[in-house]
Design a protein around this ligand. Sequence first.
Ligand code: SF4
Length: 249
Amino acid sequence: MSQVTEITIDQLYDFKTCPLRFKLKEIDKLPRIKSEEEVGLRGAILATLSYYYTNLHEGKLLTLEEMKEKFTSIFFEKNKIYNIQFDSKNSQRKKEIEAYGMLAAFHRQQKFNPDKTVAVNLDFRVKIDTDFYVTGRIPVIRETSRGHEIVTFKTSSQRPTEFHQKTDMTLTLMAIAFHSMFRQQANSIVLHHLRTGTPYFVDRKQKDYQRLYKSVKMMKESMDRGWYYPNEGYQCATCPAQNYCMEWR
Ligand code: SF4
């Protein structure tokens, strides 16, 4: 099996959640495994916010209607890239309503006081080890009274726990990427919980970087050894690869 030399943050999360599912999706590339509803919703919302910020960076403040329209085009017909597996028509509608609520709350906060963007959709590639990189994207860096602030978004219904705020891999990777691109630590990092409109301020220091490097190197070591084992757990209930997984011996 060819060695993995570059991986996205989302693929890294997939690997952490279940190494076998990661292999079925990303290495064996079995007939396209659909995204779960929650993953699809998150992808469509983040793409909508990316569209909002791209416009804002160019001086155009989108209306809420324009944002909803964009979201709908991604979530339903026009854009199939998320290949979302809906449980039913009703649950599809429910997710749409949830998304509109999040977009409305976000737009209310931006309407009279839009962010002063410094950079939008900033792609990065962090070197973890010789010939191994993690790629990702910082959605927004904005100018605030706290200084340059990395902004990320969370769509899940649970609020981020203190543990999550302190250890989340995405936030640490973004902090490392910012540090390497701007030659200094970000002044502030905020995790914006879209369902409640609450900002959670977090920080990342050298010791957090060390934890990240150690953990990702261990995952890479597992990949190199071909340890793509099934990790049966709560995540199996909605796993779109169940049928393939059942055959694994
Ligand atoms: S059903 Fe569970 S164990 Fe099997 S691939 Fe999916 S997540 Fe992994």
